[in-house]
Ligand binder design. Structure first.
Ligand SMILES: Nc1ncnc2c1ncn2[C@@H]1O[C@H](COP(=O)(O)OP(=O)(O)O)[C@@H](O)[C@H]1O
Ligand SMILES: [Mg+2]
Length: 240
């Protein structure tokens, strides 16, 4: 598969603290990758450097063969890097359809192409039946899917998701796993997910990168990572 994103020596220092140190990471087109690690391991900082919300102290980021290290958040969004935050970006009083329409409007001027695109996004995030529902009436999980839909509407090709299942019911978490798999397998999207939910990670069947103290401790399948003694010891007590 073609490589989509690579980091080399990616490092972030906050005064004395090294939040990310010398991270060499790569991900292929259409791959789903889970990033795990204890609190304070540097997961969010890493995602913030990929999205452009934090600039690295050292190292570089290549996306589609282009050095994007110096690009802003907006410039990165234009070339397909989309980040979902915990804080909501949906408009409560607009319907699901209208919310997606707003994000598609930014990239699609032709109205019939726009309609097709909105329908595609509704289908991709499983919200077809709720198209006329105001966003304020959505469940927590449905709202998160709508936010993913906004990224798809914007033509994001690399989705950066920071704990997308936080606060979801078990059913919503399972549905989110299927949705993410489908976006990668059927639509060729590339997805980096920070997650804590060990069952969710296991069921995704995707490679896992373990961060610890700002460095990559290990990469491998869920089974490899979960049975590694060093990984288990940094999670002390967690049910890996
Ligand atoms: N803006 C910031 N200023 C200073 N320190 C920060 C900042 N953001 C994160 N840190 C520190 O960097 C380390 C990694 O944080 P973070 O990336 O949020 O970890 P994680 O997401 O894995 O819990 C922590 O020690 C945190 O306190
Ligand atoms: Mg975090």
């Amino acid at each position: 598969m073609a490589e989509l994103l690579t980091t080399q020596g990616l490092t972030k220092r906050f005064r004395g603290l090294v939040a990310n140190e010398n991270i060499d990471f790569h991900i292929d087109v259409g791959e789903v990758r889970c990033v795990i690690g204890p609190n304070g391991a540097g997961k969010t900082t890493f995602l913030s450097m990929l999205s452009g919300h934090q600039s690295p102290s050292a190292g570089c980021i290549t996306y589609n063969g282009q050095d994007i290290t110096a690009l802003s958040v907006v410039e990165r969004a234009r070339i397909g890097i989309g980040r979902k935050f915990q804080t909501p970006t949906v408009f409560d009083n607009l319907t699901v359809y209208e919310n997606i329409e707003l994000s598609v409007l930014r990239v699609e001027a032709d109205s019939s192409a726009r309609t097709r695109k909105i329908d595609m996004v509704l289908d991709a995030v499983r919200l077809v039946d709720l198209r006329s529902t105001p966003a304020r009436e959505l469940s927590h999980g449905q709202r998160q899917w709508l936010e993913v839909g906004l990224l798809l509407g914007n033509e994001s090709r690399l989705l950066l998701l920071d704990e997308p299942t936080a606060g979801m019911t078990n059913d919503e978490t399972a549905a989110t796993g299927r949705l993410i798999r489908n976006l990668a397998d059927e639509r060729g999207l590339t997805i980096i997910i920070i997650e804590h939910d060990i069952h969710f990670i296991r069921d995704l069947r995707s490679p896992v990168t373990v961060l610890h103290l700002g460095k990559i401790l290990m990469e491998g399948s869920f089974e490899e990572v979960a049975s590694d003694p060093t990984v288990r010891s940094v999670y002390l007590g967690a049910d890996l």
